[in-house]
Ligand binder design. Structure first.
Ligand SMILES: [Mg+2]
Length: 273
């Protein structure tokens, strides 16, 4: 762990398998995505575009998504979902300029994945972090723009807890690239030493947070058994509730005693020596 003598100002979370629980999805990824690409296939046909049959169209979308992710893992830079679709449409000979991509993404209609739920302590922990005065950030390796993932945040009633939210699709980088960490820190106006990052993927969340100088917390709930591959989290927890204890430990290290706003002390000291 980096030398931490500053009070933690912000807690930044990964989304999937960190704030929402993917232990028991009700459908496969393939099944869920088929319904989405079917919707845009129908939308494009209705708009007068000439398209291959649905199965071929769907396969073209999936294949380009796979290629995009494979390519992205080489450099941790990634294009937007919109760019992926544009590439597919151009390859199918469509007049891409004639397509309203924002409308198309609305039609794609991303939302909560069937069977994916909140952990039982997600909202209580977020509420407690708020009560303690921490800024809260969200940083997800999603290729979708944030507004598409916001649909889920609204559905899970998480939306009001975040001071800043960032997706890889919007920023152009995936965790562990330092640029995406720098981006959210800037939005939250905190330095790396003032931030804790919580995530479930060692290679992306923990290695990235470590490299960027944040305090890393690996969430390792029972349904996940991720190989650390030599990555060293500063802390490992098995439920989000344990994060509260970690933060209390960090308060001790910083030498600053947290006090609740309204209880007579500065809730969030800007800096300490
Ligand atoms: Mg995750």
């Amino acid at each position: 762990m980096a030398d931490h003598n500053q009070r933690i100002e912000a807690v930044i979370f990964d989304l999937d398998d960190t704030l929402i629980d993917w232990a028991r999805p009700a459908v496969t990824w393939e099944e869920y995505n088929r319904s989405k690409s079917e919707a845009i296939h129908q939308h494009l046909l209705a708009a007068g575009h000439t398209l291959p049959p649905y199965d071929a169209f769907h396969e073209a979308v999936i294949a380009q998504l796979r290629r995009t992710w494979e390519e992205a893992k080489k450099t941790w830079e990634i294009v937007s979902f919109e760019a992926v679709l544009r590439h597919v449409f151009a390859g199918l000979g469509l007049n891409v300029e004639a397509i309203d991509m924002q409308e198309l993404l609305q039609v794609y209609s991303w939302g909560p994945f069937p069977g994916v739920i909140l952990y039982e302590d997600t909202i209580p922990v977020l509420q407690e972090l708020r009560r303690r005065g921490y800024k809260i950030g969200l940083l997800t390796n999603s290729i979708f723009p944030m507004w598409m993932r916001d649909v889920e945040l609204h559905a899970y009633e998480l939306m009001d807890y975040f001071d800043a939210r960032v997706t890889s699709g919007d920023v152009g980088y995936l965790k562990p690239h330092p640029e995406i960490f720098r981006h959210i820190l800037e939005l939250l106006q905190v330095s790396p030493e003032q931030a804790v990052f919580v995530g479930d993927r060692p290679e992306n969340d923990i290695a990235g947070a470590n490299e960027a100088g944040l305090i890393s917390v690996l969430l390792a709930p029972p349904h996940l058994n991720r190989d650390l591959n030599g990555v060293k989290p500063d802390f490992t927890i098995t439920s989000l509730t344990h994060l509260l204890t970690v933060l209390e430990e960090l308060e001790k290290v910083s030498g600053i005693k947290y006090q609740v706003p309204g209880e007579g002390a500065l809730a969030r000291p800007k800096s300490i020596s």
